[in-house]
Design a protein around this ligand. Structure first.
Ligand SMILES: C[S@@+](CC[C@H](N)C(=O)[O-])C[C@H]1O[C@@H](n2cnc3c(N)ncnc32)[C@H](O)[C@@H]1O
Length: 293
């Protein structure tokens, strides 16, 4: 019966076996997981009061372990693990965001949030977790972490950069899964970058992003080109929170489908490029989508 159904669909056994072989070969030839730094926020710097001088801020900036390279003005650039500046034009951000309410999801040190503020947004909200306890950690990984490690506050780099930039960006401590129009209102622009692969439920996260998007969402993430080789399938590989807390390797087309399945009506690809940590070179593939309700 199965034979009959297959041939009725125009699929021969040999074609089926070839597909399975390609799938198997692809799975064994997938590159070893790229080094994606974990969201291992550096320890919170010691509290600094308004009376502290510029020298102490400079010292705190120099002592911090930065994820983002951020131009703080006066010739100071934080020595971040990731420098998004060379790729910024590929995101085609509007020169002016005057009057716009903007949300940066998973802000880390705040590179993107500060970009939106520079472009004159009326309000910028930078969302991230308060500490590692809120991360999607696998059960074994969570069990291996001490209560101290789980409770260590995030946001030290953001606070230092915000102070140096005299920024008004508001950092909100919440999970992407908590986003809702009732709690956070609607945003004209929402940005979410490089976090889907760290989430157990990326489609749910995207649906939460969709729920607060009034006009536009910019969604970017790492992808593995080998997983886009089957036009009729959406490739992803389960990593189980292993390595650098990576749950999935996703194809670019998988990410596009997830954005649609999360409820966005229009999805357009803006760019694909290679990039990587400042010390590792361009070992990651990156895709940027713009999505509208
Ligand atoms: C790889 S970094 C990406 C930083 C930044 N978005 C970028 O594109 O450069 C991942 C960030 O996602 C945050 N994150 C992880 N799980 C999250 C969640 N459930 N809700 C909000 N932020 C989360 C981490 O704390 C970390 O700041």
């Amino acid at each position: 019966m199965a034979w009959f159904n297959l041939s009725a669909l125009g699929i021969t056994l040999s074609a089926l076996l070839t597909r399975q072989r390609i799938a198997f070969e692809a799975s064994v030839r997938l590159p070893t997981p790229a080094v994606i730094p974990p969201p291992n926020h550096a320890p919170e710097p010691p509290a600094r009061g308004p009376a502290d001088d510029a020298g102490s801020l400079a010292n705190a900036i120099a002592a911090h372990r930065w994820y983002h390279t951020i131009d703080l003005g006066n010739g100071v650039r934080t020595p971040g693990y990731f420098d998004h500046d060379p790729y910024l034009p590929l995101y085609r951000l509007p020169e002016s965001l005057a009057g716009k309410r903007v949300l940066d999801v998973a802000t880390f040190d705040g590179y993107w949030a500060f970009q939106f503020e520079r472009r004159g947004a009326a309000e910028v909200v930078a969302l991230d977790l308060p500490n590692a306890a809120g991360l999607d950690l696998s059960a074994p990984r969570r069990a291996a972490m001490s209560a101290e490690e789980l409770a260590r506050p995030f946001g030290g780099g953001f606070a230092l950069a915000a102070e140096a930039l005299k920024s008004k960006v508001r950092r909100v401590e919440a999970s992407v899964y908590d986003l809702s129009p009732e709690r956070h209102g609607l945003f004209d622009l929402v940005h979410i970058g490089d976090v889907l692969l760290h989430l157990r439920d990326p489609v749910r996260a995207l649906a939460c992003v969709r729920s607060v998007t009034r006009e536009t969402a910019i969604i970017s993430d790492c992808f593995w080109p080998d997983l886009d080789r089957w036009p009729e399938r959406r490739g992803m590989v389960y990593e189980g929170g292993a390595g650098e807390n990576v749950w999935w390797r996703l194809g670019a087309e998988t990410i596009r489908a997830m954005i649609r399945d999360a409820g966005f009506g229009r999805v357009e690809e803006l760019a694909r490029f290679r990039y990587g940590g400042t010390k590792d070179g361009p070992n990651l593939h990156h895709v940027v989508f713009v999505a509208r309700p």
